[in-house]
Design a protein around this ligand. Structure first.
Ligand code: 13P
Ligand code: 13P
Ligand code: MG
Ligand code: MG
Length: 373
């Protein structure tokens, strides 16, 4: 049997209401578009916050033009509905009018992996809203490199050799590989700066198999103007020499701070929630993550299992709410507000321009005082 490809392609093509969720009619339209094709083995349409996620299985490999085109046309078709309902930011993530062979660089986020379907193939698709691709760095590090999170690294002979990380420099558009555990400290100096360096994929050092892949596009950089944060997706394969499902879910029990939230310009806790609770409201947040599990059986998506619906994440949600409360009390001050070069948009240039003449060089000032003396 040909290898299976799991493709998750996502886009925000209009929020209901504001940036909080997706209108049911868009989801219906997306399902309609997906159901008409012969290209796919299976599909699942869902949303996290205002982002539509198309989870697709097929036999054509990654970067396969017709699959990307199908996703593109699905989003275009949904945009018609979004415009009709005047949803907020209708067509927000579709940066071009014409499809040019691959949705990469055109707005939608893409995470794809091709692999031999194992005897049993559990996968988790993590999807987040109101944050950016670097949000996966910390959990992926914990899942694949931290023995305090993943006991399999210590006691499973098929995991003991560790994993290889592919990291992208989003600013310079470069990639680099690191072997863990040997190069942990080199890896961490980069991925600890998630606004610039993102984990793109992870491979088992024992088998060479792909274990994880994420979306890494920076929409704001692509567009050169404010078009929303690049709400990211990540796929993790589990079990039998890869992290157990519970090991892959474990990092989300301690909400970490990510960039995004209101106007893509704030730091906030990533709150694990059920799919139904994935509609950010408070200050357009806090940022949310859902984890949907599937067993892939002969290309079919058996699921989803909505992992963060579990009460064992109640304390994580409570902690996220407490962190959110504290951070909100800082208002427009850093570190709640992001650093100047991280904000999605800012009035700084206009305000600077307006006040240009009122800024006096301190050196001139000192020189004047010295002269008087
Ligand atoms: P506008 O209201 O000007 O679109 O910008 C705010 C926003 O929605 C970003 O969150
Ligand atoms: P999205 O990136 O989810 O559209 O959110 C935009 C925003 O600025 C929310 O305040
Ligand atoms: Mg939006
Ligand atoms: Mg969004």
């Amino acid at each position: 049997m040909a290898k299976i490809t799991l493709s998750v392609i996502k886009a925000d093509i209009g929020g209901f209401v504001g940036h909080s969720s997706v209108h049911p009619r868009l989801l219906e339209r997306a399902k309609e578009c997906m159901s008409k094709t012969e290209l796919l083995e299976d599909y699942h349409v869902t949303h996290v916050g205002d982002d539509i996620n198309l989870v697709m299985t097929h036999r054509h490999g990654t970067d396969y033009e017709p699959v990307h085109k199908l996703a593109w046309e699905t989003f275009l078709s949904c945009t018609e509905v979004a415009k009709e309902l005047k949803l907020y930011g209708a067509g927000q993530d579709l940066l071009s009018d014409a499809f040019s062979g691959n949705v990469k660089g055109m707005g939608p986020g893409v995470a794809e992996m091709e692999f031999e379907e194992r005897k049993s193939e559990p996968v988790i698709t993590f999807m987040a809203d109101k944050t950016e691709p670097g949000a996966w760095n910390l959990p992926l590090y914990k899942i694949f490199a931290d023995p305090f999170n993943t006991i399999g690294l210590v006691i499973d002979p098929k995991m003991h050799a560790g994993f290889r990380f592919e990291v992208h420099d989003l600013k310079e558009n470069k990639r680099v590989f690191f072997d863990a555990p040997e190069e942990l400290y080199d890896l961490l100096i980069f991925i600890g700066a998630p606004g610039r360096y993102c984990i793109k994929s992870i491979y088992s050092k024992t088998t060479g198999d792909i274990a994880a892949v994420s979306t890494t596009q920076k929409l704001n950089m692509l567009a050169g103007r404010y078009v929303g944060k690049d709400d990211p997706v990540c796929i993790v394969r589990c079990q039998s020499g890869l992290p157990a499902v519970g090991e892959a879910l474990e990092p989300f029990a301690n909400p970490h701070l990510v960039s995004g939230w209101m106007r893509g310009s704030h730091s906030g806790p990533l709150m694990p929630v059920s799919q139904k609770q994935s509609n950010p409201t408070r200050f357009d947040g806090p940022p949310r993550v859902i984890g949907l599990g599937f067993q892939i059986a002969n290309g079919k998506l058996i699921g989803p299992q909505d992992f963060f619906a579990d009460p064992s994440y109640d304390l994580a949600r409570e902690k996220a709410n407490k962190l959110a409360n504290y951070l909100r009390s800082l208002g427009p001050f850093e570190p709640h507000r992001l650093h100047l070069d991280e904000m999605e948009y800012t009035t700084m240039p206009q305000v600077q321009e307006k006040l240009r003449d009122r800024f006096v060089s301190l050196e001139d000032d000192e020189a004047a005082v010295a002269k008087e003396e």
